[in-house]
Write a protein that binds this ligand. Structure first.
Ligand SMILES: CC(C)(COP(=O)(O)OP(=O)(O)OC[C@H]1O[C@@H](n2cnc3c(N)ncnc32)[C@H](O)[C@@H]1OP(=O)(O)O)[C@@H](O)C(=O)NCCC(=O)NCCS
Length: 117
């Protein structure tokens, strides 16, 4: 059954400004693997913003905040995104579904948590 759902939208420009204003922002929010993935992309701030949005959507789905870097968005060989959560066993859900999308101005993400009641 569905245990939680979260959705988030963010302005790409907001993330760009945060990254450029504070060099520590990247390391505080994103894992090394996330940063490496986004750095290779032409529109890296769009990809970063989508990952930021996915983490916010996860917070909404579980109903609280955890450390940003305890959540990692990875891409399967097909490109499909997947959320990896540190100490996942502490949470009641069994499976996480995530989808992200981004344009020049906005990035969005949706998270659905599945498990037993
Ligand atoms: C995957 C696809 C739908 C992305 O759509 P898009 O309009 O170009 O771009 P969006 O901004 O909406 O989405 C980009 C995100 O889609 C996600 N994505 C990539 N491949 C995906 C896949 N196979 N399934 C689900 N999500 C995927 C990624 O997370 C990507 O963002 P990221 O590179 O920052 O991680 C598009 O490239 C496509 O149609 N690819 C070929 C067919 C395919 O694999 N379709 C899968 C869905 S039917």
């Amino acid at each position: 059954m569905v245990l939680g759902i979260g959705i988030d939208i963010i302005e790409v420009e907001r993330v760009r400004k945060l990254v450029e204003k504070n060099p520590r922002f990247l390391q505080r929010i994103f894992t090394t693997q996330e940063i490496n993935y986004c750095q290779k992309k032409r529109n890296k701030h769009q990809h970063l913003a989508a990952r930021f949005s996915a983490k916010e959507a996860f917070f909404k789905a579980i109903g609280r905040r955890i450390s940003w870097t305890d959540i990692e968005l990875i891409n399967l060989p097909s490109g499909k995104p997947q959320l990896k959560i540190k100490s996942k066993e502490k949470f009641p859900f069994k499976k996480i579904h995530v989808s992200i999308s981004h344009l020049a101005e906005y990035a969005v993400a949706m998270v659905i948590l599945e498990g037993e009641k």
